[in-house]
Ligand binder design. Structure first.
Ligand code: FE
Ligand code: ZN
Ligand code: FE
Ligand code: FE
Length: 192
């Protein structure tokens, strides 16, 4: 169990460092100012989260080293693909919110498990540090949900007749060129 826990901390450490590197560029690629604020603020929180993990390494008497988190690498790659896609900016923002939420959900599950394992090991200090980060990840996820529900998806639904050309994400709307009337639920995005 000690080894599993250390492995989890190393995975999270690498995941957070990958995010630290990726977030500034992702934030620059969004068009909604609110979404950019959320991403930038979460970038600052991520620096704190990295430091918390370093404190856990210190508590464990281990060197702070990461172990490549392939999941985060994949999630960031998908986010970058959406960021680099051409087409309607509001639709791209909606895609970026979805990508960012996948990142938060991954972190929430990682921190949730690591905290449970810290508790099993009786490491209260590590459990408390992991709880603090877990709370921030959930908060970030909620802010993204609120954004998705309001501004961005609304705009995207308005302009759902515009094409969106992701490199391998099939987000193109029906290409009949006729403007669609906006449906109440804003569900035009998924309608084909
Ligand atoms: Fe994080
Ligand atoms: Zn985070
Ligand atoms: Fe991982
Ligand atoms: Fe996060």
């Amino acid at each position: 169990m000690e080894e599993l826990f250390l492995d989890e901390i190393r995975d999270l450490y690498d995941a957070e460092k990958q995010l630290l590197e990726a977030l500034p560029e992702l934030a620059r690629s969004v068009s909604s100012e609110e979404l950019r604020n959320v991403l930038e603020e979460h970038g600052e929180q991520t620096e704190t989260q990295v430091k918390r993990l370093e404190r856990i390494f210190a508590v464990l008497g281990e060197k702070a080293t990461g172990r490549k988190c392939f999941a985060m690498a994949g999630l960031i790659r998908e986010a970058n693909e959406i960021a680099g896609a051409s087409g309607d900016t509001a639709v791209r923002d909606a895609g970026l919110i979805a990508a960012a939420q996948k990142v938060e959900h991954y972190e929430i599950s990682g921190y949730g498990s690591a905290r449970a394992h810290a508790e099993i090991l009786g490491d209260d200090r590590a459990a408390r540090l992991l709880s603090e980060t877990l709370f921030e990840e959930k908060e970030a996820d909620e802010r993204l949900t609120e954004l998705a529900d309001s501004l961005v998806n609304e705009e995207a639904a308005w302009s759902s007749n515009h094409a969106f050309n992701g490199s391998n994400h099939a987000l193109n709307s029906s290409a009949n060129g006729r403007p669609k009337t906006r449906s109440a639920g804003g569900s035009d995005l998924r309608e084909h």
